[in-house]
Write a protein that binds this ligand. Structure first.
Ligand code: IPM
Ligand code: MG
Length: 359
């Protein structure tokens, strides 16, 4: 029987609660599909700072590298908000992305039919179907560029640098075009080429790589216009190709169209294919420990892991189908509307497991 080793980084806030539900679902799915999973927990973020003094201990990197894939909850919280930038929990998240070379972040935003009413967008604006894949560059740009503080004429100043090299743009563009080929063959590259030099290089490079994909319809959009188009006519998009920071912002926006940020999964991939999987939402310290968080984004992240890293597409489909089914019956508070049963985080996990068992 095939056995997979998964590194588990539960993190902070609601991280442990949602990851526990995702593991429950993965175990049930494994049993159903005839494979086994072994888990190896490691520390990342605030919990790592508390236990070891640093947000990303070396041991965590080693465990992730040794695993077939990594599952992550969320990091951060008010307890660590006053620490200097280099020691914050978020630094651990950026560090693990960099250490594992995870340059491509896939963030699918789509609407589950039963959640149409939960979307803040009117049904006529959402249109017939909504299925966007945000392909976000994850280990470059302003997140990793040179930054610092200085004093100019007695005035405090600070700066962060947006820098991209041609190879960095080429490899993320190829991921975007390859995905577009498997989808609806449309790719919109997002930039701010009317202002930023880094965006002009981004656009030139994407255009050149695009010639290798004559079947993909390539378009370009300035990031401000894209933010507007996402709420004006979201179904025009198939693949959105973005830099690190533009993808961070636009993926949060796109997630809301689908009803709740609690629904959106993500995959971070590098050259090796083992990947790291996490919900796109944060650690939600305000609701941590109350058993009311929505575990579906993490559960859907496990579905992405099965598809992109573990070579178990049927198991992945099972989970996605189970999630779509439970939404007709039960809802966590973030997606609750009258007429459904309001459930806790653990009850939502149980409901997904029950659907899979019944398949
Ligand atoms: C995300 C998060 C992170 C990011 C933060 C927590 C560093 O917002 O995964 O989108 O900006 O990448
Ligand atoms: Mg973000």
């Amino acid at each position: 029987m095939k056995n997979y080793k998964i590194a588990v980084l539960k993190g902070d806030g609601i991280g442990p609660e949602i990851v526990d539900e995702a593991i429950k679902v993965l175990n049930v799915t494994a049993e159903k599909c005839g494979f086994t999973v072994e888990y190896d927990e490691a520390l990342l973020g605030g919990c790592a700072i508390d236990a070891t003094g640093v947000p990303l201990p070396d041991e965590t990197v080693a465990k992730c590298k040794a695993a077939d894939s990594t599952l992550l909850g969320a990091v951060g919280g008010p307890k660590w908000d006053t620490l200097p930038g280099s020691q914050r929990p978020e630094k651990g998240l950026l560090g693990i992305r960099a250490a594992l070379g995870l340059f491509a972040n896939l963030r699918p935003a789509r609407i589950f039919e039963p959640l149409r009413e939960a979307s803040p967008l009117r049904a006529d604006i959402i249109g017939g179907s909504l299925d966007i894949m945000v392909v976000r560059e994850l280990t470059g740009g302003i997140y990793f560029g040179e930054r610092g503080r200085l004093e100019e004429n007695g005035v405090q100043a600070a700066y962060d640098t947006e820098k991209y090299s041609v190879p960095e743009i080429e490899r993320i563009a190829r991921i975007g075009f390859d995905l577009a080929m498997k989808r609806n063959k449309r790719l919109c590259s997002v930039d701010k080429a009317n202002v930023l030099e880094s965006s002009r290089l981004w656009r030139e490079t994407v255009t050149r790589i695009g010639r290798e994909y004559p079947e993909v319809e390539l378009s370009y959009m300035y990031v401000d216009n894209c933010a507007m188009q996402l709420v004006r006519n979201p179904s025009q998009f198939d693949v959105l190709l973005t830099s690190n920071i533009f993808g961070d912002i636009l993926s949060d926006e796109a997630s809301m169209i689908s009803g709740s940020i609690g629904m959106l999964a993500s995959a971070s991939l590098g050259a090796t294919g083992s990947g790291l999987y996490e919900p796109i939402h944060g650690s939600a310290p305000d609701i941590a420990g109350q058993n009311i968080a929505n575990p579906l984004a993490t559960i859907l992240s496990v579905a992405m892991m099965l598809k992109y890293s573990l070579g178990q597409p049927e198991a992945s489909d099972m989970i996605e189908k189970a999630v779509a089914d439970v939404l007709n019956e039960v809802r966590t508070p973030d997606i609750y509307v009258e007429g459904f049963q309001k459930v806790s985080c653990t009850e939502m996990g149980d409901a997904v497991c029950a659907k899979i068992k019944a398949m």
